[in-house]
Ligand binder design. Structure first.
Ligand SMILES: [Zn+2]
Ligand SMILES: [Zn+2]
Ligand SMILES: [Zn+2]
Length: 114
């Protein structure tokens, strides 16, 4: 599926990056994975269609775009995505539930490690 010019892989991905697993109004973000640098709507999509183990986005690259707003196509850095609850470009609210599993997708910032 191409969403605003970005390839988004997964299961039943729609034009705003919803998928078979997360399909509510607010599920409009795709995340990039460190292993293949590809966008997927969720980790279950990665597990379903990738031929390799998922690796989180590395802590050293939090300043690079790794989240895609499915509504407007804006790419957010990890630091930016972690700090907002809506897209800075189009103001679409993101699913607040996603915040509870950031650690599935992004390695914690070095400063937060013990
Ligand atoms: Zn991968
Ligand atoms: Zn999915
Ligand atoms: Zn947006």
């Amino acid at each position: 599926m191409r969403v605003h010019g970005h390839e988004v892989r997964g299961v039943d991905v729609d034009g705003e990056t919803r998928c078979a697993h997360y399909g509510t109004e607010r599920d409009v973000v795709a995340l990039r994975f460190g292993c293949c640098e590809s966008y997927y709507p969720c980790f279950r999509c990665h597990a379903a269609v990738a031929d390799h183990e998922a690796e989180r986005w590395p802590a050293g690259r939090r300043g690079e775009p790794a989240a895609l707003c499915g509504v407007c196509g804006a790419e957010l850095t990890v630091d930016c995505y972690a700090a907002v609850d809506a897209c800075p470009d189009c103001r679409t609210a993101f699913n607040p539930g996603c915040a509870s599993h950031y650690d599935r997708y992004f390695e914690p910032a070095a400063a937060a490690e013990d």
